[in-house]
Design a protein around this ligand. Sequence first.
Ligand SMILES: Cc1cc2nc3c(=O)[nH]c(=O)nc-3n(C[C@H](O)[C@H](O)[C@H](O)COP(=O)(O)OP(=O)(O)OC[C@H]3O[C@@H](n4cnc5c(N)ncnc54)[C@H](O)[C@@H]3O)c2cc1C
Length: 488
Amino acid sequence: MENQPNNRQDFLSQLRNICGENLITDKPRLKVYETDGLTAKKQLPWLVALPSTIEEVQEIVKLCDSCGVPVVARGAGTGLSGGAVPHAEGLLLSLAKFNKILSVDTENLLARVEPGVTNLSISDRVKSLGLYYAPDPSSQIACSIGGNVAENSGGVHCLKYGLTVHNVRKLKVISPQGELYEVGSNALDSAGYDLLALLHGSEGMLGIVVEVTVKLLPIPPATCVVMAGFGAVGDAAATVGDIIAAGILPAGLEMMDQLATRAAEAFVHAGYPTDADALLLCELDGITAEIESQVKIVEKILTQNKATSVVIAYEVDDRARLWAGRKAAFPAVGRIAPDYYCMDGTIPRRQLPAVLSKITSLANEYSLAVANVFHAGDGNLHPLILYDANKPDELRRAEEFGAKILELCIEVGGTITGEHGVGIEKLDQMCIQFSEDELTLFHGVKAAFDVNLTFNPGKAVPTLHRCAEFGAMHVHRGEEKFPELDRF
Ligand SMILES: Cc1cc2nc3c(=O)[nH]c(=O)nc-3n(C[C@H](O)[C@H](O)[C@H](O)COP(=O)(O)OP(=O)(O)OC[C@H]3O[C@@H](n4cnc5c(N)ncnc54)[C@H](O)[C@@H]3O)c2cc1C
């Protein structure tokens, strides 16, 4: 927006007409929204709106688009890459009031929900019908389904049941011009380009999601969790590949190193072997006979890979106790260090032993501890780098260490995000992962949806000039990235 006071006043009074009480302009209340889960990055928004109807959202974004005011959508603010960090001159659009489950269709196994509904509340709502919603981020108690779509979130059960994109059938979306449209369908396929997939992981850059139709699944008849301790991280990592190679697709296959295990045990008393160097949690589900035969195969693989302890849990409470430590691992690590920086990268499974060992060497190089707790079956790493923001230079070192981990993921054939998105955190690494042509294509997609660049500007896709600047500092194997672009 042109910053003349009159324009700002006009805009504000029009916005007040739309939002009434549901507009925040005073600093103390704006402060609540200055960060998301990536707490190292903070920015006060100019304004926060909390609409409660689709029509209000339409009017708000239409006004912002016509006045050149950036709009940043916000679900629960648990994102870990800074996607919901506000724009200083912009409006933060909270979807918190869209918190209703609109309908449950047991014949088609679908639920229609508003975007502010928390992930867990969908499964809670349909549990008595013998159903659940499969993607289960560890933040599921708090994160919103709209945020899950925007980040294409994953979770423990995504190894077998897929990410958010594989579990959503239809979206209602608002364009920057305020138009309401639908993508996807209640059926398995829909005509035209697959915009449903494109909107997943689009980080609030292409549209505001105002309704989500999710796929429900029957709760499996039987489930068991196998927990194994190992004397060496490499043995646990090798076991992950061996289980999959044996033809078993676990519902979840998670790994924690000793630092994470000890932190989780001290926090929730899950019964973890704290002397083990690494811990694997392997969930198997299906019919009882199938699980029993798979448990036998898994036990054999564990013995071959020198597991030092094995616990098999069939009862609901026992399984819940074993998972409680994994689900609470992030806050548990938060108790042992003033700050932590959670990384998110994905690598081919077979690279796990080598990459985990390299992360340990980097931890020594940067003199910072790291706790590893991650979706091992998906090869989706979450190194938590421990630091103290009050100590000079520790945040800078943590960020540099994190960037090195992401570059390592690219080097071994992986990617810089598994489920947390790019946000503002990984813009530089996007320059390494993608070529100029690919980034130009991404910018073209953005412009096709959002010609005035109103939605979440500056996130997820770096400008080519940013990459040129970064490339000048970052010559990889003697090759300068984007050599034809000006350096500033
Ligand atoms: C302790 C902890 C554990 C976590 N574990 C996991 C995990 O296991 N797996 C995982 O994938 N993630 C995990 N996360 C990250 C986070 O919870 C997810 O990314 C989640 O999907 C974010 O949802 P949110 O509602 O908080 O979104 P926000 O943080 O509010 O927003 C995230 C992004 O989505 C956009 N957005 C939000 N709502 C909408 C909407 N309605 N329309 C369009 N854009 C929108 C925002 O602009 C932003 O770019 C974890 C986070 C924490 C703090």
